[in-house]
Ligand binder design. Structure first.
Ligand code: 5CA
Length: 446
C-alpha cells in the first residue's frame, strides 16, 4: 500500500475525552472513529488489525476441530422467551420491533439460536461431541461504554458453543477451550491468565475468565506470581485427549488467580506465600462457561444416548473479545512514541520510508524494495509522500509497524538501506535484499 493513496487520518492533538492509552493511540493513529457512544467505525488501519486478530482466532479454533459458521446479528425474541432470558436479560438487550410488530433483538450472545439449530438436526449421541462457533458483531447496551473498543456497545466477539452427551465429555470441551484460548493469546504476544469467574447472565457454575495484566484494566486481580512463569510455548498438546487437556487445565488453575468478583483474601493468604502475592489491574479478553443443561432443558434439546435414553445435551459457551483485543494488545505493547505491534497482528509487516521523494535514485530504490517485499509475502506500507523525514518517522512510530526500511541518498550511494526494529529501536545498514530477507525471516520464519 502506498501512503499517498492510503486513508490514514492521523490526529495531531491527543483527543481530550480518551482516558486510556489504547483509546488515545487508536484515535490518533486513525484506526477507529466513533460513530456514536460505544459504537465505532474501523478505518483501514484498524480494520487490518481486526482482521489479523480474527484470523488467528479462526486458525486456533479450526486447529482443535471446531466448526466455523455465521449466525445473524438480529434474532427473534421467541427463542429467548423459550429459554426464559428475554425477560431476565434486562436493559442491556437492544429490543427492536419489525414492521409486522414482531419482537426482535440485536444479539448480545447466541446460546438460544445455536441450541435451536442443533436440536433440530442432531438426534443421536453419535453426532456428538460438536462445537460450533462464529465471529460476529454483538450489541450490549452498556450503561457506561468507555475506553474506546474496550467496553463498546457494539463489539466483535468470537462465541462458540459445545454440545456433548454428558458432563464428562463437556468438561473435556471446556478444558480443550482453555488450551485453545491460551494458544490464541500467546500467538498475539499476550500473557492471558485464566481466573475463576462468576457466570452472570450466561449462567452455570463453572467459568474462567482470561485476563491480561494492564494498569488501565477494569478488573482488579489477585494472583500467585508463579502463574507468570507458565507458558504453552510451542508445546504440542493433544487436544483430542481429555487427559492432556485436563493436565493443562490443572497446571494453569493450580496457582491462586482470581478477579475481585471471586477473590477470597483469607484463601489467598493461606495458599500463597507473601512474596508471591500479587495484585494488579487487568483486562478480560475472554471467558469460558460450562452450564450443563441450562438451555437444553427449557429448549428441549435432547439426543438418544448409548443406552437408548433421550437425554438433555450438556453445553458450554466460550467467548473471545475480538475487537477488545485490539485495545488490549496496545495496552500491553506501546511506548511514548506510539504503538508497538507484535508481528502476528501488525497491520503491515514493514514501513518503507523514502527520505527524498522525487529523487530518481531513492524513488527507484524504494519502488524496487516495495515490489520485492510484496513478492516475499510481506505487507508493506510505502511512505511515498513529499514530506520531511521527521514527520514520516513520527507517523511510522505512531502506527507501530514492527520494521522500517529507510531509503536515503547517503546510504544508497554505498548500496545500503537502514533497517530499524520498532521494538528495540536497533538500526542496521544492510543491502536492500538482505533487509527484506531479515524481515521475512522474522515475520514468516524459515
Ligand atoms: N456467550 C458467552 C460466551 S460465548 C459470552 O457472551 N461471554 S462474555 O459475556 O464473557 O463475553 C465474551 C467476551 O467478549 C468477554 O470476555 C470480553 O472480552 C468481550 N466483551 C464483553 N462485553 C464487551 C464489551 N461491551 N465491549 C467489548 N468487548 C466485550
Amino acid at each position: 500500500m502506498r501512503m499517498s493513496r492510503y486513508f490514514l487520518p492521523i490526529l495531531k492533538e491527543t483527543p481530550a475525552d480518551a482516558q486510556i492509552v489504547s483509546h488515545r493511540l487508536m484515535l490518533r493513529s486513525g484506526m477507529i472513529r466513533q460513530a456514536s457512544a460505544g459504537i465505532y467505525s474501523w478505518l483501514p488501519l484498524g480494520y487490518r488489525v481486526l482482521q489479523r486478530i480474527e484470523r488467528i482466532v479462526h486458525e486456533e479454533q479450526i486447529r482443535v476441530g471446531h466448526n466455523p459458521m455465521l449466525m445473524p446479528t438480529l434474532q427473534s425474541a421467541d427463542l429467548w422467551r423459550e429459554s426464559g432470558r428475554y425477560d431476565d436479560y434486562g436493559e442491556e438487550m437492544l429490543r427492536i420491533t419489525d414492521r409486522h410488530g414482531r419482537d426482535m433483538l440485536y444479539g448480545p450472545t447466541n446460546e438460544e439460536l445455536i441450541t435451536d439449530i442443533v436440536r433440530s438436526s442432531v438426534q443421536s449421541y453419535r453426532d456428538l461431541p460438536l462445537t460450533l462457533y462464529h465471529v460476529q458483531w454483538k450489541f450490549r447496551d452498556e450503561v457506561r461504554p468507555r475506553f474506546g473498543v474496550m467496553r463498546g456497545r457494539e463489539f466483535l466477539m468470537k462465541d462458540g458453543y459445545n454440545f456433548d452427551v454428558d458432563r464428562e465429555s463437556a468438561i473435556h470441551a471446556y478444558n480443550r477451550h482453555m488450551v485453545s484460548y491460551l494458544r490464541t493469546y500467546e500467538r498475539m504476544g499476550l500473557k492471558a491468565i485464566p481466573m475463576r469467574a462468576e457466570t452472570g447472565p450466561i449462567g452455570g457454575d463453572h467459568s474462567h475468565e482470561f485476563l491480561v495484566l494492564a494498569e488501565t484494566g477494569e478488573s482488579a486481580v489477585f494472583f500467585d506470581s508463579r502463574i507468570l512463569d507458565l507458558s504453552l510455548g510451542g508445546r504440542d498438546v493433544d487436544t483430542d485427549s481429555s487427559e492432556d487437556c485436563a493436565a493443562v487445565f490443572e497446571a494453569w488453575t493450580a496457582p491462586y488467580a482470581r478477579t475481585d468478583e471471586t477473590h477470597d483474601p483469607a484463601k489467598f493468604e493461606a495458599a500463597v506465600p507473601e512474596d508471591r502475592r500479587m495484585n494488579s489491574r487487568a483486562i478480560e479478553v475472554g471467558q469460558i462457561f460450562y452450564f450443563g443443561t441450562k438451555y437444553s432443558e427449557p429448549m428441549d434439546a435432547r439426543v438418544v444416548n448409548e443406552d437408548g435414553d433421550r437425554v438433555f445435551v450438556h453445553m458450554g459457551s466460550h467467548g473471545i473479545g475480538v475487537s477488545r483485543l485490539a485495545g488490549a494488545i496496545i495496552e500491553a505493547s506501546h511506548d511514548e512514541r506510539g504503538i508497538v505491534w507484535p508481528e502476528s497482528v501488525a497491520p503491515f509487516h514493514l514501513g518503507i520510508v523514502n527520505l527524498k521523494q522525487g529523487d530518481g535514485d531513492t524513488d527507484s530504490a524504494s519502488e524496487r524494495i516495495f515490489a520485492r517485499a510484496g513478492a516475499a509475502g510481506l505487507d508493506a506500507l510505502y511512505d511515498d509522500r513529499n514530506e520531511r523525514a521527521g514527520p514520516k518517522f513520527a507517523t511510522m512510530d505512531l502506527i507501530g509497524l514492527p520494521w522500517r526500511i529507510t531509503v536515503g541518498p547517503r546510504c544508497l550511494r554505498a548500496g545500503m538501506v537502514e533497517l530499524t526494529c520498532r521494538r528495540t529501536g536497533e538500526t542496521d545498514e544492510l543491502e536492500p535484499d538482505a533487509a527484506i530477507e531479515r524481515v521475512r525471516l522474522s515475520c514468516h520464519g524459515p
